[in-house]
Write a protein that binds this ligand. Sequence first.
Ligand code: G4P
Length: 526
Amino acid sequence: MVSDEILRRRTFAIISHPDAGKTTLTEKLLLFGGAISTAGAVKNNKINKSATSDFLEIEKQRGISVATSVMGFEYAGHKVNILDTPGHRDFAEDTYRTLSAVDSVILVVDCVKGVEEQTRKLMQVCRMRNTPVIIFINKLDREGRDPFELLDELEQELDIHVRPLSWPIGMGSTFKGVYNIYDKELRLFTVNKTKLAKDVVAVGDISSPIIDNTVGATFAAQLRDNVAFLEEYYEGFDLDLYREGYLAPVFFGSASNNFGVGELLDTFIKIAPSPTPTEASQREVLPEEEAFSGFIFKIHANLDPNHRDRIAFCRICSGKFERNKLYYHTRLDKKIRFSSPTSFMANEKSLLEEAWPGDVVGLYDTGSFKIGDTLTEGEVLQYKGIPSFAPEIFREVVNKDPFKTKQLEKGIRQLTDEGVAQLFVQQPGSRKIIGTVGELQFDVIKFRLLQEYGASCDLYSLNYYKACWITTEDKDLLARFVSLKGSHIAYDKDNNPVFFAETAWVLRSVQESYPTLKFHLTSDFK
Ligand code: G4P
């Protein structure tokens, strides 16, 4: 039973640089999957990209993102779980954490822009975990770059081998459709924003005259040349290499025109992995193990300030999750029972009785969870998840209302537990420094501290380049370094020392002066 349920699950995320078409593709996959019947349901799921401090927008985003955090639906006998990732680049850390909870990803690339900054960063995270990647090159209805040039760029910049499974015929105003190399079919393009048209012509073979008759002799000849070149210079598609994260199959299409989406979904179902083993500090855990285990990868505070509870999102890694059963919270060493866990099907939340590996369960929480916490049936396990990345923007928190000191402390602790930002404390004086990767987080923090905890504070800019974790075997040297650089040292939430470097040059020079100290840009040294 467990293994049947595992085999039919596909849990993945769609990632892209903002504007490449992630939201559109998500929506179209839901339409194809029959999970929603009208467009527009997911569309608003993002902050206006130019927003820097529009609190209403932030709140709207938070509201919508609870509903669309996980979009589950049934398709062709499979249970598909799409885990949403925030589109705004300032929330990249949330995306990185979500990537710890998926078994594969679909990467959307804009055919006009090619590989962009966020594409590179997100793929780095995928490469760290060898996450299998399918690439969808989008917006073929626009005059984009040469497909071979795009493939070269993907290989070089993303450090992955690619293998096209379809090939575009024309582009922009002359875009005719795609040729599916494996099914030997032509899919003809029509501008169509609403219908799920399936204009497919089986051609039998690439030399078939049907191709000439359908797209014209010039395009047919070009297609034959291109496919011949592909077959000669690109490795064939190999399922194992894809599953190892080494080879990415590539599709071409136009999400806003529903084009190439059905084909993508059908192939995805066939090749994407079902839930894979998860690495814990103690051992690797297999999904088919009988005992339940899972970890928290996201925490969402309640929007209603009168209800302080939060929703913790738990990815199930092994066994069966059951409502009302006692589970073991390994960090707190205590047993917890969940009476109203929720499941997420498309845009609807509902009470669930049981869930399986690959599923995400929403657990109501009154403050016992932090990102990365592990639940089991009793075994002491700690899942590894995604490391924190060295923040790049820093603010000192200064309390504005001495009567609300406790509320401020609690608010900051809870917000950092949720992963909104990283907190560092400097001694003497318990000076609090908040580090993030994006400016927008500071607006979120100030706004939520006031709204939810009644605490107000000023956030003063600090001019640091990076905060790096320090480790060494030589404890005496570390103690000397910490006392010498006192004003540049703070401690993270687990009391690990962190060095604040003002410039890249300062960081390089301390590295040279202290070769036995290790300065880490991610927190996965533990
Ligand atoms: P994101 O989530 O990755 O940020 O991208 P999103 O889906 O919001 O798409 C960004 C813009 O690109 C949207 O236009 C969307 O309509 C457009 N788009 C998506 N797929 C295609 C495609 O296949 N072809 C073309 N030509 N455009 C596409 P917008 O103007 O920002 O929004 P809207 O007013 O169109 O909704």
